[in-house]
Design a protein around this ligand. Structure first.
Ligand SMILES: NC(=O)C1=CN([C@@H]2O[C@H](COP(=O)(O)OP(=O)(O)OC[C@H]3O[C@@H](n4cnc5c(N)ncnc54)[C@H](OP(=O)(O)O)[C@@H]3O)[C@@H](O)[C@H]2O)C=CC1
Ligand SMILES: Cc1cn([C@H]2C[C@H](O)[C@@H](COP(=O)(O)OP(=O)(O)O[C@H]3O[C@@H](C)C(=O)[C@@H](O)[C@H]3O)O2)c(=O)[nH]c1=O
Ligand SMILES: [Mg+2]
Length: 295
């Protein structure tokens, strides 16, 4: 099996480049070979490699910057996935694509299911939703995996931001009225291997159904709870000189940013767990394992 992988320098892509290896030949293309905003080159890459599976974790993920760069955000998050889906359809390849909790407005009081109505409240979320819709319209086989609050021991993410800020300051102020589930990039990559393996088998058996799935760790917290847990684990691991940091809970209104964020980002994993026979681990157990590999 030949697997074309985009975005291998990103959090999820970096993990995928490793976890996908036992499934077959992984052809990882980075920005220098396949700039997602260059749609013709992207098309040519798929034609050249004729993959059986395309895995696309590359995305425009700068949530605040997207508010002023909406054209580029839509090009990378919606037009590039459209091209990948059209090319996948032509050659019968399976497209695995990632999306986000930010396709929802956060007004629901319980975790979102895949059947809930979308209503993004920022440009990034709008561009990711447009990407989902383009893939669904292309007519080929796809899996859309919506995840949330992704972190890893490398890359740019909330875990590393908090580690840095906590080392610099005695007090941090973190929003406590946005809830969701932090999800380790490695968990996303490991789950992807299971779903690709089963889906390719189903494709070959003629019983595959394209679908969207929510894929996060289990449990929930706020950004404040996430930050507090990071500092607690650092202390537990006795690694740094983090002793007296105070993490203050604040309302979103006290932390103004260009892009709005949903108040409720929780996603139900039930469909994923049922379809693929998986059980998602709790977010804090995964966080503890990830933090063991931070130097
Ligand atoms: N991060 C998060 O909190 C969440 C992410 N997601 C989704 O999960 C997926 C993976 O996200 P994550 O791994 O965190 O993303 P990262 O921001 O860590 O990585 C993004 C990747 O996309 C690549 N990329 C961006 N623009 C282009 C471009 N124009 N051409 C080629 N490559 C490009 C980057 O390349 P380069 O290194 O060259 O910049 C990088 O490899 C995405 O679909 C994202 O929308 C969903 C929910 C939460
Ligand atoms: C650094 C910092 C952030 N915050 C708040 C701002 C924001 O509401 C929240 C998280 O900040 P971030 O900028 O990391 O969040 P953000 O970039 O919005 O994270 C999102 O990224 C995209 C790609 C997704 O798909 C989402 O699932 C989600 O992970 O924490 C504070 O309150 N205090 C602070 O000191
Ligand atoms: Mg961010």
């Amino acid at each position: 099996m030949r697997i074309l992988l985009t975005g291998g320098t990103g959090q999820v892509g970096w993990e995928l480049a490793r976890t996908l290896m036992p499934l077959g030949e992984v052809i990882a293309v980075d920005r220098s070979q396949a700039d997602l905003s260059d749609l013709n080159t992207l098309k040519g890459i798929v034609e050249q490699h004729q993959p059986h599976v395309i895995v696309n974790p590359a995305a425009y993920t700068a949530v605040d910057k997207a508010e002023s760069e909406s054209e580029l955000a839509f090009l990378v998050n919606a037009e590039a996935p459209r091209v990948l889906a059209e090319e996948a359809n032509k050659i019968g390849a399976l497209l695995v694509h990632y999306s986000t909790d930010y396709v929802f407005d956060g007004s629901k009081n319980t975790p979102y299911t895949e059947n809930d109505a979308t209503h993004p409240i920022n440009v990034y979320g709008q561009s990711k939703l447009a990407g989902e819709q383009a893939i669904q319209s292309a007519g080929g086989d796809y899996l859309i995996l919506r995840t949330s609050w992704v972190y890893a021991s490398r890359g740019s993410n909330f875990l590393r931001t908090i580690m840095r800020l906590a080392a610099e300051r005695e007090e941090l102020k973190i929003v406590a009225d946005q809830i969701g589930t932090p999800t380790w990039a490695r968990l996303i990559a490991e789950v992807t291997v299971h779903v690709v393996r089963q889906s390719v088998f189903e494709q070959q058996s003629g019983i595959f159904n394209s679908n969207a799935y929510h894929l996060t760790a289990s449990g929930e917290t706020s950004w404040h709870g996430f930050a507090q847990k990071i500092v607690d684990i650092v202390r537990e691991q006795g690694k740094a000189e983090l002793k007296n940091q105070v993490i203050h809970p604040i309302p979103t209104t006290d932390y103004p940013l260009p892009a709005k964020r949903p108040a409720n980002s929780r996603l139900s994993n039930e469909r994923l767990e049922q379809q693929f026979g998986l059980v998602m681990p709790s977010w804090d157990n995964a966080l503890r394992l990830c933090m063991q590999e931070l130097s």
